[in-house]
Design a protein around this ligand. Structure first.
Ligand code: NDP
Length: 273
């Protein structure tokens, strides 16, 4: 049986084994996919052991995405730009890394008919998730990307790092100017029921909102989006499923359908309440 896994710390909460088991069943691919708790100081050794035991590919989650990028012999352009890897595979002895988070987000936005081309987009946060999605947002020809973060210096640093990709500005929340066609929350604030200091006028008429976080009920950011009149108001479960589909395509060369897996996960979240 072809063997795949996700490595993280913690890892028990990961939905990746269920998602990939569904993809495998649906596409008739014979593979196993497990969740592996890598020691905080032993990620490279865990990957090495997995390969020696016959592993063919892996996903990487917190807190190892940047370490994974350093471990790779070759990186996709988007993984190199992000400095973070969530998908590993081997070509012969070479360890290859890709980052599918951004494509996952953009696929989910497109699926819901949220336009990016030429649009003004506000991206909140400056952590690993935001770093991973900037290259794909710019590849989708966003008109202007404004990155705003609690620690302004980190947003400024990201804006300057990616400035060659197009019109990108970065700063603190108090430096946000004008209104946006799309506001993406890439902070982890929703996980502690906190809301970045947003003003209703920051969302343009007809604009949409996307929270990369998700839960068993609308996040506090989604509640703000709803009160502010967002046309489309989504949480990150779709991004999670779409980024997994991109990994699956890289490993297996087939595209799984994502809707039924999304529905299954939504139903599970509903049962957990
Ligand atoms: P990081 O820990 O790398 O970054 C956290 C970011 O959130 C930082 O910019 C931090 O600001 C900001 N932040 C944290 N708390 C607050 C707060 N109370 N108010 C304002 N800003 C805050 O996390 P990640 O980038 O890995 O993850 C960010 C979010 O994206 C999480 O909710 C995660 O679950 C989600 N995610 C979803 C994925 C999906 O597939 N749907 C994939 C990956 C991530 P500062 O720099 O000032 O500390």
């Amino acid at each position: 049986m072809d063997r795949y896994a996700v490595f993280g710390h913690p890892i028990k909460h990961s939905k990746s084994p269920l998602i990939h088991a569904c993809f495998a069943k649906q596409t008739g691919q014979k593979l196993s996919y497990e969740a592996i708790l890598a020691p905080l100081d032993g990620f490279p050794e865990a990957i090495h052991r997995f390969r020696q035991e016959g592993g063919l590919g892996a996903n990487v989650t917190l807190p190892f995405k940047q370490q994974a990028a350093k471990l790779c012999d070759t990186l996709s352009e988007r993984a190199r730009l992000a400095g973070a890897v969530n998908t590993l595979y081997w070509q012969g002895e070479k360890l290859c890394g890709d980052n599918t988070d951004g494509e996952g987000l953009v696929r989910d936005l497109r699926k819901h008919h949220i336009a990016l081309n030429g649009r003004r987009v506000l991206l909140l946060g400056a952590g690993g998730a935001v770093r991973g999605v900037i290259p794909e947002l710019m590849a989708a020809e966003v008109g202007e990307l404004v990155i705003a973060n609690r620690t302004a210096a980190k947003a400024k640093e990201l804006a300057s790092l990616f400035s060659h990709l197009g019109a990108i500005r970065g700063g603190g929340f108090d430096e946000i100017e004008g209104s946006f066609d799309l506001i993406i929350n890439g902070t982890s604030a929703s996980l502690s029921a906190a809301l970045p200091p947003l003003l209703p006028e920051m969302l343009a008429a007809g604009g949409s909102c996307y929270d990369m976080a998700y839960g068993d009920k609308p996040t506090i950011f989604q509640q703000w989006a709803s009160e502010t009149g967002a046309t489309i108001n989504l949480a990150g479960l779709g991004m999670l499923v779409e980024q997994a589909a991109v990994s699956f395509e890289i490993w297996r060369g087939v595209s799984p359908a994502t809707d039924e897996v999304y529905d299954l996960l939504m139903a599970q979240l509903g049962e957990a309440t």
